[in-house]
Design a protein around this ligand. Structure first.
Ligand code: ISE
Length: 324
């Protein structure tokens, strides 16, 4: 039975999800879309229904599951509307534009006593990150002592302010570091370069591991995400992201994409495929609403302390049993 998926928001991410669904995700099809920009919705719909508003898409009998890829500020309310309609939902990161709103969503799902929410931290589905986690979990490099992350964007638009390097970009490293290490982050220290770009964010975990992340949102040369996990007996790192090595004009090397969509194309497709399996089986996969809340809570506390020059002790409530 094919799951009809409705996509809310057909910007960069929503149109990519709609494209993947139209090109073939097993056991799913694009049932319809909504976007405030009607022309953009029509272009992404590819013949599927263009709904007049989000609520009609969420309530439609043609829609068995919902992807939220609308502006961040709408994520919490639209996710709550999906819970109310009993519809499984894949919400693009962040789960909400504030930790308080993300906690409200967690509490609403916990009250349902049913996992319906997956948050779009797609790096958990990237083959390279999955190989790193397999090797680490099998003890292949010994006990973890360090995790180094690098997150470099080519450039960001004018409206992309300093704290967004933490709340919009670094949230990926918060989630993937928790997932890779299986540890919780308990403190953070930030060193900022000129104008706050790049940032060096050093977190410590509840197992006394160190997680360092360089976030450089105007790195210019290419979109480059890297991770290396250091253990007591060895290391495991992501391989260079390029499929080819090119030599020309007495120079050689790999190529870097312009942004995250080509770099994580495989991860987005696998995320959708595994989400649809979860919708069908009822067995959740990927980042939960609790993971989405923790990422937002940590990012918010680090962003609040950006101007400080001391470590921030990270605080959040205990995890509801639904997420055990
Ligand atoms: C963007 O919103 C994403 O989610 C990308 O995955 C990330 O690499 C980028 O820095 C963010 O701005």
């Amino acid at each position: 039975m094919s799951v009809g998926v409705g996509v809310l928001g057909t910007g960069v991410m929503g149109s990519e999800h709609a494209r993947l669904l139209s090109r073939g995700i097993p056991d799913a099809h694009l049932a319809g879309v909504f976007d405030a920009n009607a022309a953009r919705a029509q272009a992404a719909a590819a013949g599927a229904i263009v709904f007049p508003d989000p609520k009609s898409l969420i309530k439609s009998d043609r829609v068995g599951a919902v992807i939220i890829a609308s502006p961040d500020a709408s994520h919490a309310e639209l996710t709550l509307a999906c819970l109310e309609a009993g519809k499984p939902v894949l919400c693009e990161k962040p789960l909400a534009s504030s930790a308080a709103d993300a906690l409200r969503v967690v509490q609403a799902e916990a009250a349902l006593k049913r996992r319906l929410i997956q948050v779009g931290y797609m790096r958990r589905f990237d083959p390279g990150y999955q190989e790193m986690k397999r090797i680490k979990d099998e003890g292949g490099v010994g006990a973890t002592v360090l995790l180094h992350n690098v997150h470099r964007n080519v450039r960001v638009p004018e409206w992309f302010t300093g704290p967004m390097a933490v709340t919009n970009s670094f949230v990926h490293e918060i989630d993937v570091s928790r997932w890779l290490t299986g540890s919780e982050m308990v403190s953070a220290h930030v060193a900022g370069g000129p104008g706050g770009d790049p940032l060096m964010i050093t977190m410590r975990t509840d197992r006394d591991e160190i997680v360092s992340t360089e976030v450089y949102i105007n790195a210019a040369y290419g979109y480059h995400v890297h991770a290396e996990l250091v253990g007591r007996q060895g290391t495991v790192a992501l391989a260079p992201p390029s499929l080819t090595m090119r030599n020309k004009d007495r120079a050689g090397g790999i190529s870097y994409p312009d942004n995250w969509i080509p770099r994580f194309a495989d991860a987005y497709r696998r995320q959708l495929t595994d989400w649809i399996s979860a919708v069908t089986t009822g067995i959740p996969v990927g980042a939960s609403a609790w993971d989405g809340y923790v990422a937002s809570a940590i990012a918010e506390q680090i962003a609040a302390g950006l101007a400080e020059r001391h470590a921030t002790t990270l605080k959040y409530p205990s995890r509801p049993s639904l997420y055990d």
